[in-house]
Every structure is written in C-alpha cells, then in structure tokens.
Unconditional design. Structure first.
Ligand SMILES: [Zn+2]
Length: 569
C-alpha cells in the first residue's frame, strides 16, 4: 500500500494512508451496522452520527450480513504500530469494514468514515478504498476554564462532541480559580455560596453525567483544583486557610501551606471530589505563585507568615521553594491514597536544581519561567524530560486559544517541536494540550472551537506539518457541518481569513497562511456565503447549527469592514 497525498482524502485529522479504489458504497435508510461484542458503544455513536449529520437511519445488528457497515475488533492490524489505537477501513461497493484492536480505535474509524461521506445526485455514498491510520501522540488534550466563565452542562457536552469528532483523548477542566469554585462541596458549602457574577456550580449528578458522556466518547475528564495559588476565593470564604499576615490591601493569593488546617482542608476536599471522576489523572494546578511584576496587587505571603516560618523550621525547609515542595509532596500522597496520578503546571518546579517532586507526576509544560515569574535558571523542556518526567506540552504562545494561536504558528507545531527539545528526550513528551482560558469572564469559544480544535487535533495526530493549508481549510467546512452542508460554504475559512482565529479575532483582514482574495472579490464572496448560511439554517440539516450563527456574525462584521469607503487597518 502506498502513502497517498495526505489531504487527498477529506478526513481530519489527516490520516496516514489512503489508497483509492473504484466505485462507491451507497448508503440508504436501513443500512445495517454489525458490531462485535464490546463495540456496541461505537456502533451507537456511528448510528447517531449518520442520523443527525447525514439523515440516514441505520440498523444495529449482531448477525453477520453480506453487506453493510461492519465493526470488527481484531487482535492486531498489520502495518500499524501496536498499542496506539490505530484502525483500518476497507470500503467496497457491498461492504464497509472498520477494524481496530481497541474500542477507541473503532470510534476513530467511525469518525473518519463520517468525514468520507459524500453527497451526490443519487444520495450519500462512500468512495471505495483502503485506509490505515494511527496517532503519533498518545495524549491529545484540550483545557476549558469554567472558573472564569461558567459553562452549563450542555455546552460541556457540545465541547465533548467536538473533541470526539477530532479524536481527542482528554478534556481538562479548570474548575477553580481566584474568581470561583465550581465543584460541589458538602463539607465546605461556603465555597459554593452566592458566587459573584455569572459563576455557577456543577451538581454531583451533572458531573457524573458529564463523565459518562465523556467515557462513551473515549475521553477522560481531568479535573483541576488550582492550588496553593489562585486561592483568593477560597480564602474569602474560609479565612482560617490564609497566612497570618497583614496583606496591606493586596489580594491574598496563596493558601497558608504552613498550617495543618490547610492539609486537613485539602484531604477532606480531595476525599470528597476525587470519587466523582473515574479517570486516573487529577490536576492540582500549582502555577503562578510569584508575580514580582504585579506584587502591588497579588501577595505571596509565605515568607512573612509566622505559621509558614514555623513549618519551615520544624521540617528543616530552607526557603519558600522547599516549603512549596513540602505542600506538593503531601498533596501527592493524598491523591495517591485515592488512586490518582498528580498532574501539575511546570512553572514552580525549579528544575535546574535538586527537587523532591515525585517523578510519577505528569508535568504540563506551559512556560519557560519569565522575568518575575517562578524559578528561572534552566527552566526548559529539556531539563524536565532529562530529569525523568513525562510531559504534556502546552507551550503558551503556540497552544493558547485565548490570545496567541494563529494558523501560521500552529501549522508546523507539534508537541515535540516547540519549545526546543533534544532528540534523546522526545519520547518523554507524550502529547499536547491546547488551552481556552476565560480571563475576564470572556467566552468567545463557541465560534473558535470547531475550527481551532480540528487544526490543533491534526498537530497532535501527525508529526508531519500541514503542507496544503488551503485544502485543509476546504475540508474543514464539511468536517464541522457534516456531508449535507452546501459546497458553497467550503471557502468559509478563506473568507474569514483563518482557521484558528483566536478569542479576540472575528476575522483576519490578511490571512497569515491561506490564499487571500482581492478585497472586492472577498466582499462579494462574503455576501454570497451569508446568503448560503441563511439557506442552510432554514434547511436545518447540518451538525453544529449554532456555529453557523457564530460565523454569520463574524462575516457580517467583516462585510462592514470590507465595504467601500472603509479604511484598511
Ligand atoms: Zn502561612
């Protein structure tokens, strides 16, 4: 089997190998989906995708038919690396066989099959051919910040559907921050009382539903309680957890990690929260203790607190850094007691010096510590991997959807590419995660996620950079809206000027990557596509109808900008 041109088949993330055959498999109402025992969940997922996205009702059966869609679990697939959830699809005019060694691989095959659906005059069909595909990185994550902007359960489910379409493995939820504590607590009910502004609290029942919904899509939810910094809201409700200092009008930011009351709080809280989430990972935050640049507002109090000083003396800890490690080790022990592996942001581990952070901790690398923020000397990806940690790469210019991400930045990125890493340490980087922060309560993501997460997913699935961004952008529309969307919508991202338009950007006047069209032609295209979107909304047969509304808003703003008489800027 030869490797084909990588985007010649409209599947996202781009598959590794596709060999086109001749003819098509036609889908019609009542087409059967036959599945092996244990593959009922992917069978239902495929059936639902076909119904909602393509309008075709399939029949799930256990009998071996002569034709139809067949989901098969196999011991191993030739030509595909072992243990990576790879899959194969074989399409002939009579039969479509989806194979993998794992249920997760079968789900990926179902998602790819859905991308392959084509609408022609005679209805929906699949082109004949053979596909083999597998991911290059095992950990493919996305982080949502619900502490700064609370999102209802339905929005989280919508996000999980997008993640599943793009073959992600983890949804990391930043549940707590200085602004709110959105996890339910019976032991510390004040954490959930009268939150200010739009913040809400999830019920235990909602969180269980969320975890079930994620598990059906082969996605693990990683909850994050961000401590000992970002603790302003907790301290407001439980002042006994604060350091015994005069903050002189500045915002208390960190828990008192000298006080035994803090450890009792952590232990009881984790005992209560950890059983809600079935996955093995638990994120403890641990980022941003030090804001030398904002020290007039945010106060890190351990140095002047007598309780912290007493603890340092009693435990023979030389400085605040060692006191931080003391906190980490105790919390690590609490999580281990509940069967959880600790995950943490990297910036407060002084990796250039000996440290006692347990090496089974999963480090989320987001920054090379900068001026005034965290231990600086030698804080590099190389040092973390050389030291023996497994790392998830969330390097902040490349992977932050709120401010920095852009097509040209992302198109060549992959988790082992930036920040720089020596070849011998690359294997310790198990994948990457992009982050949607909501500082200031902003929620721009309903428009941003469908396209950005697809592009980011490709960077986690394939080490190979995207060499045909224009073809990629054209495939995106059908990937997001399903096979029945009008082909007239395919230049959508060319008109908007980008695929990974971040939170503050509705459009790009000059695309950093995609072919741009002359201003007058673009204005006309913008008008046309707005009319098409109106028609699509009336036909009501696409996936993600709410995203159509979001894009319509962005296109209307662009149209105003492009109108004659408006200055370029
Ligand atoms: Zn203290």
């Amino acid at each position: 089997m030869k490797t084909q041109e990588r985007i010649s088949v409209p599947i996202l993330p781009r598959p590794k190998m596709w060999e086109a055959g001749s003819g098509v498999f036609r889908l019609k109402a009542g087409t059967s989906i036959t599945c092996d025992k244990g593959l009922e969940i992917p069978a239902r997922l495929l059936s639902r995708l076909m119904a909602e996205g393509a309008g075709i009702r399939c029949r799930i059966t256990r009998a071996a038919p002569e034709q139809g869609l067949v989901l098969k679990q196999v011991r191993r697939l030739t030509g595909i690396p072992a243990n990576v959830d790879g899959y194969a699809i074989q399409i002939t005019p009579r039969k479509v066989i989806l194979k993998s060694a794992t249920a997760r691989g079968i789900q990926y095959a179902c998602q790819s099959l859905f991308d392959l659906l084509q609408q022609n005059n005679e209805g929906l069909c699949l082109p004949c051919g053979c596909l083999r595909d597998w991911p290059d990185f095992a950990y493919r994550g996305f982080m949502l910040d619900v502490a700064r902007h609370f999102l209802p359960l339905e929005r989280l489910k919508w996000t999980l559907d997008i993640l599943a379409r793009n073959k992600y493995t983890h949804l990391h939820i930043h549940f707590t921050d200085a602004e709110s504590f959105t996890l339910p607590s019976r032991r510390y009910p004040k954490l959930n009382q009268s939150p200010k502004g739009p913040h809400g609290v999830y019920s235990r029942a909602d969180l269980r539903k969320l975890c079930d919904y994620a598990a059906e899509r082969e996605i693990e939810i990683i909850p994050e309680i961000d401590l000992p910094g970002h603790a302003t809201q907790i301290i407001e409700k439980y002042p006994e957890l604060a350091c015994k200092v005069d903050t002189e009008g500045r915002k208390p930011w960190t828990l008192c990690v000298g006080s035994e009351a803090t450890y009792e709080f952590m232990d009881r809280l984790l005992e209560e929260i950890t059983p809600i989430f079935p996955g093995p990972l638990f994120h403890m935050g641990t980022d941003e203790l030090d804001f030398k640049d904002l020290s007039d507002r945010i106060f890190w109090s351990w140095k002047s607190c007598p309780v912290c000083r007493d603890r340092m003396k009693a435990e023979s800890l030389g400085n605040r850094q060692e006191l931080f490690y003391y906190f980490i080790r105790r919390v690590h022990g609490m999580l281990a007691k509940h069967g959880k592996r600790m995950m943490m942001w990297n910036d407060n581990i002084d990796i250039a010096n000996p440290h006692p952070v347990p090496h089974d901790t999963l480090v989320q690398f987001w920054r090379v510590a900068g001026k005034g923020r965290g231990p600086r000397r030698g804080c590099s990806m190389n040092k973390f991997t050389k030291d023996g940690f497994e790392v998830v790469n969330s390097y902040y210019p490349d992977t932050y959807l709120d401010l920095y991400v852009s097509d040209d930045r992302l198109i060549n990125w992959h988790p082992q590419r930036a920040p720089q890493i020596k070849p011998e340490f690359r294997q310790k980087i198990i994948g990457g995660e992009c982050c949607a922060w909501s500082d200031g309560g902003v929620d721009p993501y309903q428009r941003v996620l469908p396209s950005s997460l697809a592009l980011f997913a490709d960077r986690l699935w394939n080490r190979q950079p995207v060499t045909e961004p224009d073809a990629f952008a054209h495939s995106l529309t059908k990937h997001i809206f399903g096979p029945r969307v009008s082909p007239a919508l395919s230049p959508l991202f060319h008109i908007l000027g980008g695929m990974a338009l971040h939170g503050n950007k509705l459009y790009e006047l000059k695309s950093p990557l995609l072919k741009t069209m002359p201003r007058s032609k673009r204005l006309e295209a913008c008008r046309q596509i707005l009319l098409e979107i109106t028609t699509e909304r009336q036909r009501d047969h696409t996936l993600n109808p709410q995203a159509l509304n979001e894009y319509a808003g962005a296109l209307r703003a662009l149209k105003l900008k492009l109108q004659p008489g408006k200055r370029k800027s």
